[in-house]
Design a protein around this ligand. Structure first.
Ligand code: CA
Length: 349
């Protein structure tokens, strides 16, 4: 056997370098930490401690809830901290494993990427046990948490650079029953939009890693601009509780959005590149069609102004298909290559 293969096998048999100080199978509610070694100048024997909560009772599926994979996305983190405090074990048949702020260094720094290693935690799955802090944490999720887990719910929002119509999100999946059970969960979440999304780049995402295992994976885009609104936090909070009911971990049926005075979930999709409008200029971004607006193909949806040359007319960006503005660039400044807006169309399934 070649040396590298032997090394790989040895690495596979070694335990994760991230440790957990609670028993993930213990009945009841338990607050603990995932500890990732992080030796550095200011802390020679230092570590990163990522909070984890387990709530376990009776017999039923295990749902893993993660938030804060991108540190500047807050709706999911708050919803999961609230969920963890409010759920009592006696209410459950099954188990919730909750990691509200998985990329803790990025959460502390209010950044999308980890300041420790510069990595985007949602582009490095399945991770590496002998990698950086982000890679070790991803490896722990992949090798230690996913085997215990039936369903993964990973809560995202737009962060600093994007804003979204609050949505539960899934991907196009080849297997029909895999697709249908994921779509049913997306509906149960009860967000204003349920979106079947074509990613610009799905390599290394937790989503892809879980989907490739044949497990149910639900994501969200719950708002953005690196802030919180009461409405979006409420959608996140009722959504995660609805998923617990949908999968039978909590008793009763999911509460439909109408019961909270919200619009029913509209199922939509972004089937191909024509949904994405990409900036080809640098400048100040003027949105012409706000989030949630219906637009028609060819309609101007944004303009980019050249602040160095005010007499130059702004560059106009048109919708490349008719639909609803589902996402927009959130910041005042925009650069060539940035995603300016995304247009979703109704799901005809
Ligand atoms: Ca995100």
């Amino acid at each position: 056997m070649p040396g590298s293969a032997v090394q790989e096998l040895t690495a596979l048999n070694k335990p994760s370098r991230v440790t957990c100080n609670i028993d993930l199978g213990a009945v009841g509610k338990h607050y603990g930490y995932l500890t990732a070694p992080y030796s550095r100048n200011e802390s020679a024997w230092g570590s990163i401690q990522v909070p984890i909560i387990t709530i376990c009772h009776g017999t039923g599926p295990t749902i893993l809830f993660t938030g804060g994979i991108h540190g500047d996305e807050y709706e999911g983190q708050v919803a999961l901290m609230n969920l963890a405090r409010e759920l009592e074990p006696e209410q459950l048949q099954g188990r919730a494993i909750i990691v509200p702020s998985l990329n803790l260094p990025a959460v502390r720094a209010a950044t999308r990427l980890s300041p420790v290693d510069g990595l985007n935690m949602n582009r490095i799955f399945p991770g590496r046990r002998d990698g950086t802090v982000s890679e070790m944490l991803a490896d722990y999720v992949y090798t230690q948490l996913l085997p215990l887990t039936d369903i993964v719910v990973d809560l995202h929002s737009g962060g600093r650079s994007l804003d979204f119509v609050p949505s539960a999100v899934m991907h196009y999946l080849d297997d029909r029953s895999h697709f249908n059970r994921t779509l049913a969960a997306v509906k149960a979440f009860g967000a204003p939009l349920g979106l079947v999304l074509r990613e610009l780049d799905s390599e290394g995402m937790l989503d892809t890693a879980v989907e490739d295992l044949g497990k149910t994976f639900i994501s969200t885009e719950l708002g953005g601009s690196s802030t919180l609104t009461a409405g979006n936090v409420a959608i996140a909070r009722t959504g995660v509780e609805n998923l617990l009911r949908h999968f039978g971990v909590l008793e009763g049926e999911p509460t439909p959005p109408e019961a909270f005075g919200r619009t029913p979930t509209r199922l939509m999709q972004t089937p191909d590149d024509r949904s994405f409008v990409i900036a080809e200029d640098d400048g100040i971004f003027e949105i012409l069609a706000d989030l949630g607006t219906e637009v028609t193909i060819g309609q101007p949806i944004g303009r980019i102004h050249d602040f160095n040359d005010p007499k130059r007319p702004p560059a106009v960006y048109d919708a490349r298909r008719s639909g609803v503005v589902f996402s927009r660039h959130a910041m005042g400044l925009i650069k060539r290559g940035d995603c300016l807006a995304v247009i979703a169309i109704d799901w005809e399934g």
